[in-house]
Design a binder for this molecule. Sequence first.
Ligand code: CA
Length: 448
Amino acid sequence: MPLNHTHDPAATSWLASANAAGGDFPLQNLPFAVFRRSGSAEPFRGGVAIGDQVLDLAALSRTEGLQGLAAQAARLCAQPVLNDFLALGSPAWQALRHALFALLHSTATSTTEALVRACLVPQSAVDYAVPTRIGDYTDFYTSIHHAHKVTQLVKPGEPITPNFQWLPIAYHGRASSIGVSGQTFRRPLGQAMAPGASAPVHGPCTRLDYELEIGVYIGPGNAQGEPVALEQAESHIFGVCLLNDWSARDIQFWEMAPLGPFLGKNFATTISPWIVTLEALAPYRLAWTPPAGAAQPLAYLDTASNRQAGALDISLEVWLDTAQRRASNDGLGCAPARLSRTSFKHQYWTVAQMVTHHTMGGCNLQSGDLLGSGTISGPGPAEAGAMIELTAGGRQPVTLAGGHGQPEQRAFLQDFDTVILTGWCEAPGRARIGFGECRGQVLPALNA
Ligand code: CA
């Protein structure tokens, strides 16, 4: 996708909070969510983030602010889910983005500014919802660094499975338990087989983990039996969010042979409310190449454009807040502890290759479907996207930095722990855009 005037790093808005250095939501971002005023019974509807505000697209649709294709697109965003808007495809997405950019730009007239100001709601005063009706959710496994580390924990000395370098591995997940940031869930119950035991035990998960991922929303779908060629794959992608694939490791490793994850993965998945569009991500593309010595992809997973700019440089962090940290009200403050930092640029497969491989057998993707990237781990030890890697399977607990009183350690997650994912993009000579946050909390197990 070529860069255009909406990527101009010098562009500013008449809304001062959009121009704050280091903010997630400058004029160049314009991500989409579904929201309503906190504590209200209003219908959920689509909105776009600008600075510290949400631009209410339902309210804007009732004005004369938009015309033509942009107005048609905004009317579809006035619904409680964005599926119909996502189905429109990139010409409509671009028409709306460019129209909103003009309305919010510092050169807009005072009449325009007044019209748009009447449609703003502070982000501090809204609740979000899952932004699409997710028909199907698929979770990939596309970080070679994660694959290497987990394989060494589970089967020391063995190589990763030979299919990894030939295809983007995935399993079909569960859409019903996906929740938006702020989600809480009970520690799952399940079966686990202890090392050396002859029978499994049933009870609360003892090895609860998170997985740092991005989520990919499908725009226009494909007809069943008609695969999406790699050259067209990105026209089927609307945008990207942050995603936490909560994982019960003890349950997962007992149950997943030979058919794959089940209860270890299906109890909760948390997503960030904001979908950052592929157009907004255009300045942060990187070349994609298989690692030195790895197989070259089969022809259907290889194009010049995917090699030239298939990768995405999205910086990502994982933070942990705990009951002890929240209780340390000594006036010094006790922020969450950072657990890791990495980038999506290290991922083995691109989002386009994931879409193409998913459809190659004839499977139809539908508008609003969600793909998880799989755990995102970089090459360094501080770049691990899951606790199982950070703690070597729980054997080397991490000490949480910066707390007060007794230092806390974690081998796996404890009750009332909150995991916060953040993400942003920056590049030389380009604006910085952010994803907001993806926050979820573990509650005690049922009857625990
Ligand atoms: Ca996962």
